[in-house]
Write a protein that binds this ligand. Structure first.
Ligand code: HDE
Length: 700
């Protein structure tokens, strides 16, 4: 029987970094080592043997051959040689953090799941966000779906909600998953392109899979280039079941709603961010948590019964469809707070194993064919990736509640059952655990029948109506971005037939969208595709628009202040005060990383040198400089680009009077989104403007 242990120490202490390099190891003239950090623990081998010298291999003579008996060297290199494990076949690039779920509105009438029984009850959680297509070393702001996987360590076992930031999926049946993923990853003969869908194989596949049209609209929207994990929604995607103490069931869909609101970057920014900071999203999460600005989401549920499901326009088992929030409201029942970064990326973020089959009493599956397939895939892939069946022994994957079973042995077994009994029934006094028919997990007693066939239900055959609903629910700016994204991606497809097939589908979604793309590509519109079922017009759903659900303050966002020597002290101080009052962050960008000296003689250190701190890294920017400073910035390409990009990306820009010269040099014609900070009070006006996120009038 495996005992519960405190497998996961959670001390704040462990979060303190040790990034100083004060104690270089010194080698004396005679080749002997000096211990320069006397308080440090003694280094040992993995066997615990104290090490006397970690700089030099054991040799015969100072210039002679290395000796095989050097067990310290061999152990060190051997271990290094085996550091890599297979990366995830999808969602390879990810970033995780710890936190908790707190129940705010208990729902015992709907589910017996332990974490939803009491108001204020907290359940530890680990969340991993990810991109899907790119390899582990790819960049963060790829146009892609984001994984939003949540592990909840409940008192009745681990529950994983392995979701995405998009509420629907490309395909209806798990059978097609390997094809979908093969098509979007690097093409197999050439091994590129990396982390992008803009290539023939992806669009070829999609153009032949009309069921993917709804998801395609989402992936081509700005949802696929989020500003950060903190500003995106999460969805369980499938319909699940809540089951209460009496065994009664309701259908449920899960939603994570970010407290900060929704925000994305624009495509040109994404491209530039990926060069300037490939770790943009992970750094953002790390910085926010370490600054104590803990990211938070509300957990919402759409709960409905068979009657609703039967009347609903689409099949609730079809993962290419959503249920509009306007048709079935989202009830908020709790909040998820991420308040602790990992101690070690590999041990936690890499080794965490999410499995859709990890559910707890009170939650159950439905017959969604995608979900059923996933239930096989995750366990299977973890076994290979983590090297055997004992990956639940790894602290990040172990339950935090007591667990007792008769599973034993296998690679890397950390805790085998104790005592003689390793089977049941048995008649030993210490006979180990037994199943509990009352508390144990029981599947919902759903009646099932039918012929054994490979068949897609007719109720799954409307592939265009919700794609149209999504597109038409967007603001004009968002619609233009979708059209531009499809045009861009198709322009990267070498094969004209593929582009034409997609234009055929787009006409069934929206004529104007199809025209926008056809014009952008320079093609005439072909005949529309032949739909399995003619699309219908559905009511607009404002919940589907990013811009209608954006932030309402500068909280959690970042102002980049480009400064030079001689910048005005009062304007700087007023800006800092105004940003802090809103709960925002500031980074100083300057010609030298050493910083600048203000007109009043104050030394301000920079966070970024101008070439390393382009304006794409910030939500809004300010330029505070002297006349000479403006001249200097105007003579530098990164200086001019800072202003030109911020303007082109529709950002709000605050300027000191002297900075006008830089705008001129950057060919920027100031508009209402550019706020002159002639007096300190203007800083607040500027911050108010930034609540609108961007000055869209500039680009509309
Ligand atoms: Fe996954 N998916 N998936 N997926 N998925 C994996 O499991 C799979 C799907 C999602 O941060 C893999 O551990 C199949 C939908 C996330 O570690 C693998 C199908 C949704 C993560 C796998 C789907 C997801 C994965 C690869 C079609 C949103 C990252 C590595 C039936 C609801 C979890 C791994 C993490 C990872 C299979 C479709 C979300 C291969 C077969 C739909 C967030 O098992």
């Amino acid at each position: 029987m495996a005992d519960q242990k405190d497998l996961y120490p959670t001390t704040a202490e462990t979060q303190k970094t040790n990034d100083t390099a004060k104690y270089p190891t010194q080698t004396g003239a005679g080749g002997e080592l000096h211990q320069t950090r006397p308080e440090a623990p003694v280094m040992t081998t993995a066997q615990g043997v104290p090490v006397s010298d970690d700089q030099n291999t054991l040799r015969a003579g100072s210039r002679g051959p290395a000796l095989l008996e050097d067990f310290h060297f061999r152990e060190k290199i051997f271990h290094f040689d085996h550091e890599r494990i297979p990366e995830r076949v999808v969602h390879a690039r990810g970033y995780g953090a710890h936190g908790y779920f707190e129940c705010t509105d208990p729902i015992p009438e709907l589910t017996r799941a332990n974490l939803f029984q009491e108001k204020g009850k907290r359940t530890p959680a680990f969340v991993r966000f990810s991109t899907v297509a790119g390899n582990k070393g790819s960049f963060d702001v790829a146009r892609d779906v984001r994984g939003f996987a949540v592990k909840l360590y409940t008192e009745e076992g681990n529950w994983d909600i392995v979701g995405n930031n998009i509420p629907v999926f490309f395909i209806q049946d798990a059978m097609k998953f390997p094809d979908l993923i093969h098509s979007v990853k690097q093409e197999p003969d050439r091994g590129f392109p990396q982390a992008q869908s803009a290539h023939d194989n992806f669009w070829d596949f999609i153009s032949l899979m009309p069921e993917s049209m709804h998801m395609l609209m989402w992936v081509m929207s700005d949802r696929a280039i989020p500003r950060s994990f903190r500003f995106m929604e999460g969805f369980g995607v499938h319909t699940f079941r809540f089951v209460n103490e009496e065994g009664e069931s309701h259908f449920v869909k899960f939603h994570w709603k970010p407290k900060l609101g929704l925000q994305s970057v624009v495509w040109d920014e994404a491209v530039k961010i990926n060069g300037a900071d490939p770790d943009f999203h992970r750094r953002d999460l790390w910085d926010a948590i370490r600054a104590g600005d803990f990211p938070e989401w509300e957990l919402g549920v759409q709960v409905f019964d068979d009657e609703f499901a039967d009347k609903f326009d689409f099949d609730v088992l079809d993962a290419t469809k959503l249920i509009p929030e306007e048709d079935c409201p989202v009830r908020i029942i709790g909040r998820l707070v991420l308040d602790r970064v990992v101690d070690n990326f590999f041990a936690e973020t890499e080794q965490v194993a999410f499995c859709t089959q990890n559910i707890v009493p009170g939650i159950d599956f439905t017959n969604d064919p995608l979900l059923q397939g996933r239930n096989f895939s995750y366990l299977d892939t973890q076994t290979k990736r983590l090297g055997g069946p004992n990956f639940t022994h790894i602290p990040i994957n172990a339950p935090r509640c007591p667990f007792h079973h008769f599973q034993q042995d296998g690679h890397m077994a950390m805790h085998n059952p104790k005592g003689r009994a390793n089977y049941e029934p048995n008649s030993w006094d210490e006979g180990g655990p037994r199943a509990d028919p009352k508390r144990g997990f029981k599947s919902y007693r759903e009646e099932v029948s039918g012929e054994k066939r490979r068949l897609r239900a007719e109720s799954f055959d409307d592939h265009y109506s919700q794609a149209r609903q999504f597109y038409r629910s967007q603001t004009p700016v968002e619609q233009a971005h979708i059209g531009d994204a499809i045009t861009f991606e198709l322009s990267k497809c070498v094969t004209k037939d593929i582009r034409m097939r997609i234009l055929g589908h787009l006409q069934l979604i929206d004529e104007d969208l199809a025209k926008h793309v056809a014009e952008g590509l320079g093609h005439d519109l072909p005949d529309p595709a032949e739909p399995a079922r003619a699309p219908k017009d559905l009511a607009d759903s404002p919940a589907l628009s990013l811009l209608k659900n954006g932030p309402d303050s500068f909280k959690g966002r970042k102002l980049g202040i480009l400064m030079t020597d001689g910048a005005d002290d009062a304007l700087y101080e007023a800006l800092v005060e105004a940003v802090e009052a809103e709960g925002g962050m500031i980074e100083i960008v300057a010609p030298q990383v050493g910083g600048i000296t203000t007109a009043g003689g104050k030394k301000i250190e920079a966070n970024q040198k101008i070439d390393g701190g382009p304006s794409v890294l910030y939500d809004a920017v300010a330029i505070l400089c002297s006349e000479e400073g403006a001249e200097k910035l105007s003579s530098m390409l990164p200086g001019k680009q800072f202003a030109a990009d911020a303007f082109g990306h529709a950002k709000f820009i605050a300027i000191s009077p002297e900075a006008e010269a830089l705008l001129k040099a950057a060919s920027v014609e100031p508009d209402d989104g550019v706020v002159p900070l002639s007096a300190a009070g203007k800083a607040k006006t500027f911050m108010k403007k930034t609540h609108a996120v961007r000055f869209w009038d500039r680009v509309a």
